[in-house]
Structures are given as C-alpha cells and as structure tokens.
Design a protein around this ligand. Structure first.
Ligand code: TRP
Length: 326
C-alpha cells in the first residue's frame, strides 16, 4: 500500500522549475517566451501544480563569464526584480539562487557519467551559442556540459514542468535522455520533463534577426523607459522597399507587424492595418506609433513596480534567502 503511494507520487506531483542566467536585465523575448507562462503556472498551484520554483542560474551564467563574476553577481538581484515586477509572486513561487544549493552540483557530477562528449557537442542550442560566442574548440568544459547541470537544476527538487523559450527545447530533450538513462540503470527515480512553450516562443529582434537577445543588442527591455521604447521601435526593421507612403508594403518579415501580432490585443484593427499597408497608403511611422503605445501600456506598470522594488533591495535579498532555505 505504502509502496504504491510512493510510486504513484512520481506521476501525480507536478513541480514547476524554471530559471534565468543572471547576465543582464530581461527583455520582451523573455516576457512572451517564458515569464507569462511562469505567472500562469503559479496560479495553478493547488490544482494541477503542487510547487513552483524560480532559480537564478548564477553557476550556469559563469560557464561563459568565468572572467567576469561581478557581472553575474550584480545581475542576480536585477533579474529577480525583473521577474517580480512582471508578476511572478514570491508568495507563490519560491525564488532561489543556484549557487546556494550544493545538491545541484552533487547531482551534476553523477549525471556527467551518463552523457558522452559526442552527445554534448551535438546539442543544437549549445552549438549555436558556441558559434555566437566564438568559442570554437576552446569552449569551456562547463559551458559544453551546461545541459547536464540544467538537468540537475530541474530534477533536484522533483521538477517536471519547465516553462522555457523555444531555444531551450534541445536542452530539455537532452535532459530527458538523462532521466531515461538514470531510471533504467538505478531504478525509477525521476519524472520525465515537460517543456511548456508559449504561443510566441521566440521573439524576433528589432533588427529582424531571428532572436531578440542581449548579446545581439536588438531587444526591448521590460525596464526600458518610454524614450528607449520609442527609439527602438522607430529603428525597427520594416520593409526596405516601402519607401513612399503610397507604395504597397510587405507585412511578412516586417518586425513592427510581428510585434503587433504578439502584443496588440485589438486583432481586428491589426488585420485592418495590414490590409492598408499591403495596398499602400499607410506609413511606417503610423504603425510604429501604434506599437509604441501598445508596448508602453504593457511595460509602464512593470517599470513602475520595478522602480518601487529597487528602493528596497534588502527585501529582495530576504526573499532569496528564504527561498534558499526552503
Ligand atoms: N538555460 C536557461 C536560459 O538560458 C536558464 C536555465 C538554467 C534554466 N537552468 C534552468 C531554464 C532550468 C529552465 C530550467 O534561459
């Protein structure tokens, strides 16, 4: 009887775990890719979800910033504040710091034996990031193996539900290979991981690059001022052949429309604007002005909440301390 309860526990208990590398402030790509889902999931606690954890992945951030530890430590509070300002509620979601949990490091060492070097090199996300960072053969071993420590991040607390951006899917696929291998050798221990994707799992950059990212400098931050939002939207890539207002314009690949599709709640009006733009007669400035107002409406309350949080960093420290203990 007792045994059965224990076994079925594995399947019934649903724990959410997610995290960010604290290397800089968060942007709209994080917001639509994962933060909104974090917030939706914490509201299911008591129903389909038992527990929700949010981790500041400072150890993972060091895998490509070992020469700049201050950057990582300085951003722990920043990224925690970004999440709280967006609506992640420390009363529902437990915030903690990766480096404060030695069990994650211990589990990582065990998992290292279950993954080959060849498999690590094949991970498309890691490959892509290595290219972006210009690592080549001189990649730090810690960076190449971060999917292994990320698996430990999720599993040490019994996590199985993981809201992430699309770029993290290959990492979670690798994590599930570790789950399967571990369970098959040592007995049924860990649940398989289920990624939770948003309907906008990847946000393009303001320059039209496939991904908004801090390293590419093409992102709008959730703490950006109105002036910064304005400047960035005005610089957005549209249709280079749409020179005169009356020229017919392209909607596909036009970043302003991509953002309107995601952030503007008035879908009928966006459809209407697209029609006009395609026909000719609608200028870039008009659609950009609309997007500026749409984004300001979303960001203004977040910015304001963040300014309040900044006044009291001790309170954030206390939240993190309590989470570490839990
Ligand atoms: N690799 C993730 C990112 O770059 C951050 C992260 C670390 C994470 N540990 C995690 C995400 C565990 C989900 C679960 O965004």
């Amino acid at each position: 009887m007792e045994k059965q309860a224990k076994n079925s526990n594995i399947n019934i208990k649903k724990t959410v775990l997610t995290g960010d590398r604290p290397t800089g402030r968060l942007h709209l790509g994080h917001y639509v890719g994962s933060i909104q889902n974090r917030i939706a999931l914490q509201d299911k606690i008591g129903n389909s979800i038992d527990n929700a954890f949010y981790m500041l992945a400072d150890i993972q951030a060091l895998t490509d910033n070992s020469d700049n530890p201050e950057k990582v430590s300085n951003n722990v509070l920043e990224v925690a504040m970004d999440n709280i300002a967006c609506g992640l509620d420390p009363k529902k979601t437990t915030f903690f710091i990766q480096s404060c949990i030695p069990e994650i490091a211990e589990l990582t060492v065990l998992f290292l034996n279950l993954v080959t070097l060849a498999r690590l090199r094949r991970n498309p996300t890691v490959k892509n990031e290595m290219k972006q960072k210009g690592f080549g053969e001189d990649v730090p071993a810690g960076f190449l193996s971060y999917p292994i420590s990320q698996t430990a991040d999720i599993l040490f607390c019994g996590g199985s539900i993981v809201p992430v951006g699309e770029d993290q899917l290959p990492v979670l696929e690798q994590a599930n290979e570790i789950v399967d291998k571990f369970n098959s050798i040592y007995g049924e221990t860990f649940s398989r991981i289920e990624p939770v994707l948003s309907n906008a799992p990847r946000l393009v950059g303001i320059d039209g690059n496939a991904k908004a990212s801090k390293s590419l400098g093409n992102a709008i931050y959730i703490s950006d001022s109105y002036e910064e939002i304005k400047r960035k939207v005005m610089a957005m890539y549209t249709d280079p052949e749409h020179i005169h207002v009356n020229d017919p314009g392209k909607v596909e690949g036009n970043v302003v429309f991509t953002y309107l599709d995601i952030f503007d709640t008035d879908k009928a009006e966006v459809a209407n604007l697209k029609q006009q733009y395609k026909k000719g007669g609608l200028g870039d400035v008009a659609i950009k002005n609309r997007l500026i107002e749409v984004l300001e409406k979303i960001i203004a309350p977040i910015r304001q909440k963040r300014l309040e949080l900044e006044k009291n960093p001790e309170k954030i420290m206390e939240i993190l301390k309590q989470g570490n203990e839990k």
